[in-house]
Design a protein around this ligand. Structure first.
Ligand SMILES: Nc1nc2c(c(=O)[nH]1)N[C@H]1C(S)=C(S)[C@@H](COP(=O)(O)O)O[C@H]1N2
Ligand SMILES: [Mo]
Length: 313
């Protein structure tokens, strides 16, 4: 067995501002009650580089109450493992993600097939507490562990022709039995403009609640774009392509009138079949008002200056 340094052995108090440190301790303690062994994090090796980062973006971590970890890991959308909310946890139990590779292609100087661990390991792992708001009007607040998507993308040296980034999930109907049914065009595809992809709020996540990402939440690596509807946050990524043209996305292909390319959280623009004005935080009874850009307007509104958001939904 490989000896992995436990997360709680990292002197977090030295790298984490006080309020976050206290919150973190709270959920580490809660998690610890379930069983310390589960807290082993393969990304948290002995190297200093793997300690939680310097929180340069702490201002954008919310201090709202966290969603219960049990809820965040048992009420999921991951159609590769079934379309019911409880399917992903049950059906992804045996999904193996060792030796995960990501194929990088298109408009960049360094295309190729990269080992996930080699890509992520040199970067400091940061903890960001972000809201995730699903298009179905439920939301969660999750402590994600990840690295800025932009840091990874820059290492591939995108060319000036790279206007968009297209991301792809693994396509393997044996390992992902939900792909045996044509509920979506497989593989699951998503995309961002290059400016969105380089925005510091967008992260590639490899963990949550201080642990490795559970399969049902998109192991071993998924996107988190907190100002957009949940379906943009693509899970189990195996492909990154820099492109000059607008990439196709699975939900836009499935329903172009219902799911646009941008899919920014916007209470003013209704989904054709329902209002987007309110949401229910998982674990709460009463609905709350949905905020523009999911509450991240100050950080991201400038990305869309001059764009008609009713047309570019
Ligand atoms: N590959 C893939 N990624 C996906 C999905 C999916 O079905 N397949 N569902 C999306 C949707 S609709 C949402 S709301 C979020 C849910 O993330 P969570 O289960 O971690 O809360 O994942 C998104 N990423
Ligand atoms: Mo969603």
């Amino acid at each position: 067995m490989i000896k992995i340094k436990r997360r709680w052995e990292i002197p977090e108090c030295e790298v984490t501002p006080e309020p976050l440190y206290r919150r973190r301790r709270e959920f580490m303690q809660a998690a610890g009650a379930i069983g310390g062994a589960l807290l082993l994090n393969p990304w948290a090796g002995a190297e200093a580089a793997l300690a939680i980062g310097d929180y340069q973006h702490k201002a954008i971590s919310t201090d709202e109450e966290l969603t219960e970890e049990a809820d965040a890991t048992s009420y999921n959308n991951f159609y590769e493992f079934g379309t019911g909310k409880e399917d992903p946890k049950r059906n992804s139990r045996r999904f193996r993600t060792d030796d995960w590779e990501i194929r990088v292609s298109g408009e960049c100087e360094k295309p190729g097939t990269y080992d996930l661990e080699a890509l992520i390991k040199p970067l400091p792992l940061e903890e960001r507490i972000y809201r995730l708001r699903c298009v179905e009007a439920w939301s969660m607040v999750i402590p994600w562990l990840g690295v800025p998507l932009g840091s990874i993308l820059k290492s591939f040296q995108p060319t000036s022709k790279a206007k968009y980034v297209a991301l792809k999930t693994l396509h393997d109907p044996v390992r992902m039995p939900g792909q045996q049914r044509s509920v979506l065009h497989w593989p699951y595809r998503e995309g961002l403009t290059i400016a969105e992809a380089m925005h510091p709020l967008a992260i590639l996540s490899v963990g949550m609640y201080g642990k490795t990402l559970p399969n049902q939440n998109g192991a071993p690596v998924r996107l988190v774009v907190p100002w957009k509807y949940g379906f943009k946050s693509i899970k189990s990524i195996v492909g990154i392509e820099f492109s000059e043209t607008l990439p196709q996305t699975s939900w836009n292909m499935a329903g172009p009138r219902e799911y646009g390319f941008y899919s920014n959280v916007n209470p003013e623009v209704d989904h054709p079949r329902w209002s987007q004005k309110r949401e229910r935080r998982i674990g709460e009874i009463f609905k709350r008002d949905t905020l523009m850009f999911n509450g991240y307007a100050e950080e991201v509104a400038s990305l869309y200056a001059g764009l008609d958001l009713a047309k570019n939904f």
